[in-house]
Design a protein around this ligand. Sequence first.
Ligand code: NI
Length: 198
Amino acid sequence: MNKNRQETIEHAKQYVYSILHNDSSGHDYYHVLRVYEMALVLSKEQDVDLFVISMAALLHDLDDYKISDVGSKRVEQYLNNQNISEKDIIIDIIDNMSFHSHKEGRIVNTLEGQIVQDADRLDALGAIGIARVFAYSGVKNRPIYNNDLDDDSSIAHFYQKLLLLPDLMNTTEAKIIAKERVAFMELYLNTFFAEWKV
Ligand code: NI
């Protein structure tokens, strides 16, 4: 990647930092950095556009309904301001990659998008994934657990979404990492329930 593009990526990091460094919902700057770095790992030996992947990963949560106002257009505005010619493909990836979009039947059809989607989903798993569920639930005033796996508690969320993610991974490598991370979460849940019953 040429110097100009590297500089654009560094600028995007700083922009994201300026918006998300105070987030306490699990969608903070370090979540974004992990998604970006994991996306680069998943891109190894793939014939993909690393600039598109980098920008989509860095900007992916800026307009997410979980952390911003309805109708927020920060991604589009930023890409316009920076004169990024890949704007449309980056926006398309971000619009279609969330679990919310998945439930609406929307799909990510470029390998670049599939890689960023996998990287974001991987960050919902493992030790960090566990920390993020509880952080998000805290921000949303949701309970830890109510002896019910169908309500909106943190523990129910493992069964409604997180444990299902390995099967939804697009790339083989992400699937392997996801399975390892879910195995750790299952160990955590077993211990949780053992303590719950006293
Ligand atoms: Ni995210």
